[in-house]
Design a binder for this molecule. Structure first.
Ligand code: CTP
Length: 403
């Protein structure tokens, strides 16, 4: 099910004394760009607490198959599908035996059967257990089924023996799965707009919109994680600043336009998530408008379309737009893709009791010339990650085609 950059790794920790080393292993894997989630066997929890792994992985740790709370979030089948790698470290003799026999009597062994991820094992056990014909036969069975076996090595053992059965060091396990590589967007300069704009009517009032900025900020965070140098041009939001190289705070569409157009030369990728007001009051009042008249008409004039102008530059960056549509989402978005000359557009249906501006969740249909992908309803944080990975894919493809 490897969709993108094969970075989703499920670490299974079984009950070997070297389980404590797997805490460092999580850190090493994260340094190499993996998103790590941890599953522990009951025996492992006797040696080290799930909370320790939660702290280093940044995600709750699963220990039981029938845990109603955890199953209500990402259930075990979803977790099995999510994983692109299943690394078991340490893998005890018992766990290898259960795997070889196809037993699924706890969460980890169930995941082994339910996933089509690449399985890797870092065995760790006493040297006699390692040499035992039963273990060696199980090892061959697992290898024949496609599991990659990492180690063990010879050395001093926790039990006082010296011999084979010592788990590889975390850095060696991490290196053999993936050497430390540059993040996929290292050196890529991204300009991103987010949030709403406010168009003043007078010194105290404005025309605004419901955009929270959440989708744009989540995307900025993911793009930073992927190594991009991000400049964020943002309308007013309550959100904490992502780790961008520059955050330019603006209020009006005209300010956003000026901030963007002044920064396009140093930009490889332009992502327009902002909900920019299409119109602004023609002449905002210098003083607070009084309610003297029975009626009040506002004359509005068009704001520049920032996205369309960036896409029309002589040497445009890779441009990604958003489209919020109330009906015929795909047709309207495809029209916008063509009329604005974009490389990609992410469209969502608004005006429904689903997703959209103020919601925590959203779904998107992403379109490009000759292709599409549906990203189903999920949290904006997860959606941002899926979308960012899709942007990386398309950006690299275009880059490869033009070099
Ligand atoms: N956008 C922009 N500058 C504007 C208006 C919109 O950069 N003045 C960008 C938005 O950030 C979004 C995309 O254009 O990425 C689509 O905006 P949307 O309002 O959905 O479409 P419009 O082109 O304004 O068309 P319409 O409102 O007629 O549907």
């Amino acid at each position: 099910m490897s969709q993108h950059l094969d970075s989703r790794l499920l670490l299974g920790v079984s009950g070997g004394i070297s389980a404590y080393k797997s805490v460092d292993l999580v850190r090493r894997l994260k340094e190499r760009g993996f998103e790590v989630r941890v599953v522990m066997t009951q025996a492992a929890t006797a040696l080290i607490t799930p909370l320790t792994f939660q702290a280093v992985s940044g995600h709750p740790v699963r220990t039981r198959l029938f845990d109603p709370v955890a199953e209500a979030g990402m259930d075990h089948i979803e977790l099995a599908r999510w994983a692109e790698w299943l690394l078991i470290a340490p893998a005890t003799a018992d766990l290898m035996a259960r795997m070889a026999a196809g037993i699924a009597d706890d969460l980890l062994t169930t995941l082994v059967l339910a996933t089509d991820a690449q399985v890797c094992l870092a065995p760790a056990m006493n040297q006699h257990m390692w040499r035992h014909p039963a273990t060696q036969e199980n090892l061959e069975t697992l290898r024949a089924r496609g599991a990659r076996i990492l180690g063990p090595i010879d050395g001093d053992q926790a039990c006082g023996d010296v011999g084979p059965g010592r788990m590889l060091e975390p850095i060696e396990i991490a290196e053999s799965i993936r050497p430390r590589a540059e993040p996929p967007l290292a050196g890529v300069r991204v300009l991103l707009t987010a949030g709403p704009t406010r168009e003043p009517l007078d010194p105290v009032r404005y025309l605004g919109n419901r955009s929270s900025g959440r989708m744009g900020y989540a995307l900025a965070n993911v793009l930073c994680d992927l190594g991009a140098q991000v400049i964020l041009v943002s309308g007013p939001t309550e959100l904490p600043a992502p780790p961008v190289v520059e955050l330019v705070s603006v209020e009006t569409a005209a300010e956003m336009h000026a901030a963007v157009m002044g920064r396009t030369t140093a930009c490889d990728l332009f992502v327009a998530t902002a909900a920019v007001a299409d119109y602004r009051p023609a002449s905002p009042a210098a003083h607070k408008i009084k309610k003297d008249a029975a009626e009040l008409s506002l004359r509005l004039i068009r704001n520049p379309d920032i996205l369309a102008q960036v896409a029309a530059l002589p040497n445009p960056p890779f441009t990604v737009g958003f489209a919020a549509e109330t009906r015929e989402v795909e047709r309207a978005a495809r029209d916008k893709l063509t009329s604005k000359g974009l490389d990609m557009i992410a469209a969502n249906q608004v005006g429904e009791p689903l997703g959209g501006f103020e919601s925590e969740d959203n779904a998107l249909t992403v379109l490009w010339d000759g292709g599409r992908r549906d990203l189903p309803m999920m949290t904006k944080t997860r959606l941002a990650r899926e979308l960012a990975l899709l942007i990386v894919e398309r950006y690299r493809e275009r880059h490869a085609a033009s070099t």
